[in-house]
Design a protein around this ligand. Structure first.
Ligand code: FES
Length: 124
């Protein structure tokens, strides 16, 4: 049912944890399944220099959070805002249709963390 990449990111997720001095944090949840995802960003000069996540959720949610963090690390905030759940799912060689909402959580968590940073640093 899952691609090898999904299984790899699920069993060996990248960038798990918290960033104590994160300057952008986003938490999102899916009311239907009850899964929760939290993203921490460390932004310097408009670039995401570090990113970590904590996901209390299904395997696909963990795999997509892991892939999403890899995809935005080193990117600008504008680039991170363009990340879509489809791009994350494609990078994992696809997800079963019933699991696409899990990748949406990853997209939303990244966007929420970027927006949190922008809200706190507007006018800089
Ligand atoms: Fe809800 Fe995967 S089942 S995030």
């Amino acid at each position: 049912m899952y691609s090898e990449k999904v299984m790899d990111h699920f069993s060996n997720p990248r960038n798990v944890g918290e960033i104590p001095d994160a300057n952008g944090v986003g938490t999102v949840g899916n009311a239907k399944c009850g899964d929760i995802m939290k993203m921490y960003l460390k932004v310097e000069n408009g670039v995401i220099v570090d990113v970590k996540f904590k996901t209390f959720g299904c395997g696909a949610a963990i795999a997509t959070s892991s892939m999403a963090t890899e995809m935005v690390k080193g990117k600008t905030l504008e680039e991170a805002l363009q990340l879509t759940n489809k791009a994350v799912a494609d990078a994992l060689d696809g997800l079963p249709p019933v699991k696409m909402h899990c990748s949406l959580l990853a997209e939303e968590a990244i966007h929420a963390a970027v927006e949190d940073y922008m809200k706190n640093h507007s006018g800089e």
